[in-house]
Design a protein around this ligand. Sequence first.
Ligand code: ATP
Ligand code: MG
Length: 263
Amino acid sequence: MSVSSIKLSDLTKSYGKQEAVHSLNLEVKKGELFGFLGPNGAGKTTTIKMMTGLLEPTNGSVEIGGVNIWRKPIKAKKMIAYVPDQPNLYPKLTGWDYLQFIASVFRIPKDGFQAKAKELLDIFGLTDRADELIESYSHGMKQKIAICGALIHNPDVLFLDEPTVGLDPKSARTLKNLLRKLCDNGMTLFVSTHILEIAEQMCDRVGIILDGNIIALGTMDELRKDEGKTEQSLEDIFLELTGGEDEQALISEMSKADQGDKT
Ligand SMILES: Nc1ncnc2c1ncn2[C@@H]1O[C@H](COP(=O)(O)OP(=O)(O)OP(=O)(O)O)[C@@H](O)[C@H]1O
Ligand SMILES: [Mg+2]
């Protein structure tokens, strides 16, 4: 039986009394491009930080290729790469030196590194800027060099938190095409986004998270079927499931009225 690339079991995180992520159970297969979709504050970043070993779960576990990331962090972390929503880069390194630094951490041989770094810089149009300090890069360029850094050691599983925020349309398209290609070559991708088109256009499967709970999970076709309307866009499904602004206001009014009835 093949081992899931990512397995979450009862994964839970509380910040003080507030539960940000509630008992998530999820499996992502090798080579799958999984979209993790949810509105602001739903728990996407919290979940990804627990999956990448940066934030300790309050309860439950995360396995990467069958390895528990909290019990065997070194073994598990060798298999993954993570691009946070706000990448923390070294401003006084050049783009090239940054990639070289990451490669040395992962003990990638020099000749292998150079070819790979050139290829990645070329894909993102950064070749001409590779010798400049990262502090001189624009926001989008910083994001792109962070993605190059994540890919330099060819991870089995790549986590991206809101990867297209800050990218211009051409760069976003380049990234989408690249992610698709990486998956087709066997890499597992877990991509959080609140941008519906991204999930709709490129993901094999989508999970919708709201208030720390996965409220819908499946392929686009499955989600449409659940909602009973075959031509529905993900936006319609998303808004129906998460409640549009009008619905939210109505619910809040109704619950206030309800409380009033009881007092
Ligand atoms: N360090 C923290 N301390 C306390 N509460 C936190 C902390 N980090 C996140 N939260 C809370 O946990 C909940 C989930 O936040 P999280 O950042 O995971 O959401 P998100 O889905 O990534 O949102 P966004 O789309 O805005 O990035 C929110 O209510 C947030 O206020
Ligand atoms: Mg977030």
